[in-house]
Ligand binder design. Structure first.
Ligand SMILES: [Zn+2]
Length: 251
């Protein structure tokens, strides 16, 4: 076995993964912000502000969420102007190795939660007395069992109890793990493709990127601005319809 080759450019599959999960786990604003960092390795907060046309508070909220979830990292730099004045700037970038691990962790967490739900709802299977309406869980079944008649009887009024179907979304829950696996499959496929990628240090911790469109802009709208306008007019909302990850919602 030889070591996997060290990659010095972000492979397309990793970019696809990032695009896919940000759309699954978050809203479109997060997706647009991350798209900038997919195209430009390390971007100054002010540049993102200009590209996205969000207000600063909104952008900070979006970036903070992504940062807390470790989808992006932030680095602070001090810049010195010609007059000697220093200013501090935040730069954002994606560390793809971290991102892959976070996605794996999140999926694992979701799956475990669904499995727990499934177990719980199986235990919740309950009985109901048709006479006095008392309810009993599966765990109480042994107290209800009447060995004389071989039936389950209400401990209060001795009426034979019925299985309470309204109390158990048993069947739904049982297929939930299967449904989760099915919906998440494209993501697992992408993750599998990323398995042996060995990223070079300089692309895990990239240097700040100059964004040419911002430097030479002469009043014409950039592509991002047009996108941002679309977002604000909610034209893109429909693209969330096929979101495969919504079944267990946000964490
Ligand atoms: Zn009863």
């Amino acid at each position: 076995m030889t070591d996997p080759e060290v990659v010095t450019e972000i492979p397309a599959v990793l970019k696809r993964l990032a695009k896919y999960v940000v759309r699954g786990f978050y809203g479109l604003e997060h997706a647009l912000a991350l798209d900038i960092l997919i195209r430009n390795p390390c971007v100054k907060e002010e540049d993102m502000l200009e590209l996205l046309k969000f207000d600063r508070k909104q952008l900070r909220a979006v970036l903070n969420t992504l940062k807390l979830d470790k989808f992006i990292k932030c680095r602070m730099r001090v810049e010195t102007a010609s007059d000697g004045k220093t200013t501090r700037h935040n730069f954002y970038f994606i560390n793809y190795r971290l991102l892959v691990n976070v996605v794996k962790y999140k999926l694992d967490h979701m799956r475990r939660r669904i499995e727990t739900d499934e177990r719980d709802s199986t235990n919740r299977a309950s009985f109901k007395c048709p006479n006095c309406c008392s309810t009993f869980t599966d765990l109480e079944a042994n107290q209800l069992f009447d060995p004389m008649t071989g039936t389950f009887r209400c401990t209060f009024c001795q009426t034979e109890v019925e299985e309470d179907e309204s109390a158990m979304p048993k069947k739904d829950a049982r297929t939930l793990v299967a449904r989760f696996n099915e919906q998440i499959k494209p993501l697992y496929d992408l993750l599998r493709e990323t398995e042996d990628i060995n990223l070079a240090y300089e692309i895990l911790e990239p240097e700040p990127t100059e964004i040419p469109s911002l430097r030479q802009r002469s009043g014409s709208e950039t592509c991002y601005q047009q996108l941002a306008t679309l977002v604000h007019s909610h034209v893109f909302v429909a693209s969330n319809v096929h979101n495969p990850l919504t079944i267990s919602g946000h964490h």
